[in-house]
Design a protein around this ligand. Structure first.
Ligand code: NAD
Length: 346
């Protein structure tokens, strides 16, 4: 049912990699190589079944095409998923077996970190293939992309606040952050420094205690944080968090966070627009990490340039918000339309 799959968007290649010896079960999806080699992280996650993994990798790889073109990068869209709980099944042998599968593709796809994989994992992958980025050693190594993603989201939140509240001064604003992982904690730290009052939630209790002490954050139930009485909601955990129900009932006036594929269904964007809630399209606001990784892949890494490029996340969002208001279209549809036009023009 691959070609009829609801999330299949004319992907160029879908590869299954399986190795009974190491327990590897992976899917690599290349959506588009029109702009350059496909690039996107490797998610290691305990999916309910392989169909859930396929849906995720199809959606995420399509999202990478949109993200990379919107950020003006010379890489296409791809993503890979490894099925299973990384805490129990991840071994150097399994990562080696995954790396060989990446190598067999011959450079049409570059992997990097995502949920469940780390810089250390990518260093292991590198022993078996050169088609990997987000490394911490080597001439063009760009390191962990997460701090760059967090910085891009911070810039995007400021642009969104300016549009919605008329000022990008976050001091005194109530901001809810769901997910205090690699990106979420760094973002929360920047928001705290900017004077925001933080409400936080995570399934990992230890990180919540840390945020309470270090960032004076108020801890909220995971199930309640999206409905909290705040100005801005920043989803930084998993996708599909914004459901029709949440879009009808959310109190925040801005949704701007790092998580990929935040909208649970295509209709959610329309409900948000009707309810006057400003949504920062995820594939625009969370591009900071891939902006930093792109020139490692192209072999011309330049950290200072990348930091400058982060500002474009804010300006691109402002353009999308203006067009959305002028055409009365949801921000996610406007952004997707612009991205697809740019890909078609390549
Ligand atoms: P991470 O795994 O480091 O952090 C995720 C955090 O969310 C963890 O603290 C985890 O405990 C928490 N979490 C997981 N499921 C949860 C749930 N159901 N309820 C509440 N908390 C939950 O991942 P990350 O690298 O920080 O990425 C966060 C999100 O941002 C992901 O959706 C990822 O795809 C996206 N993203 C990350 C990057 C990057 O550079 N790391 C780039 C672009 C997009």
């Amino acid at each position: 049912m691959l070609f009829e799959h609801i999330s299949f968007k004319n992907h160029e290649k879908i590869i299954h990699a399986q190795d009974a010896k190491t327990g590897l079960k992976a899917i690599i999806a290349i959506h588009s190589t029109k702009a350059g080699p496909a690039a996107g992280g490797t998610r290691f996650y305990d999916y309910a079944d392989s169909d859930a993994a396929l849906t995720d990798v199809l959606r995420l790889s399509y999202g990478m095409t949109l993200k990379n073109i919107m950020a003006g990068l010379k890489v296409g869209g791809g993503k890979s998923v490894i099925i299973g709980d990384p805490k129990t099944i991840k071994t150097p042998e399994l990562m080696a077996s995954f790396a060989k599968a990446i190598n067999d593709i011959g450079g049409q796809y570059y992997c990097a970190e995502d949920v469940g994989t780390s810089v250390e994992d990518m260093e292991l992958v590198r022993k078996h293939t050169k088609f990997v980025a987000g490394l911490c050693t080597g001439e063009h190594a760009s390191g962990d992309p997460s701090p760059f993603t967090a910085l891009g989201v911070f810039i995007g939140i400021k642009a969104s606040a300016k549009t919605k509240f008329g000022s990008d001064n976050l001091s005194g604003m109530r901001i809810a952050v769901l997910g205090l992982g690699h990106v979420g904690y760094d973002l929360a730290t920047q928001l705290h420094k900017a004077g925001a009052k933080l409400l936080v939630a995570d399934i990992n209790v230890s990180v919540l205690e840390k945020a309470k002490i270090e960032l004076n954050a108020e801890i909220i139930d995971v199930d309640k944080i999206a409905y909290a009485d705040v100005d801005i909601f920043a989803p930084c955990a998993m996708g599909a968090i914004i459901t029709d129900h949440l879009a009808q009932n959310i109190k925040a006036k801005v949704i701007a966070g790092a998580a990929n594929n935040q909208l649970a269904t295509p209709s959610v964007g329309e409900i948000l627009t009707q309810n006057n809630i400003l949504y920062a399209p995820d594939f625009v606001i969370n591009a900071g990490g891939i902006i930093n990784v792109e020139n490692e892949i192209l072999g011309n890494y330049n950290r200072a340039n990348n930091l400058d490029k982060m500002a474009t996340i804010g300006t691109t969002l402002l353009e999308i918000y203006e067009k959305s208001a002028a055409d009365n279209l949801p921000t996610d549809k406007v952004a997707e339309q612009i991205a697809l036009e740019r890909v078609a023009a390549l």
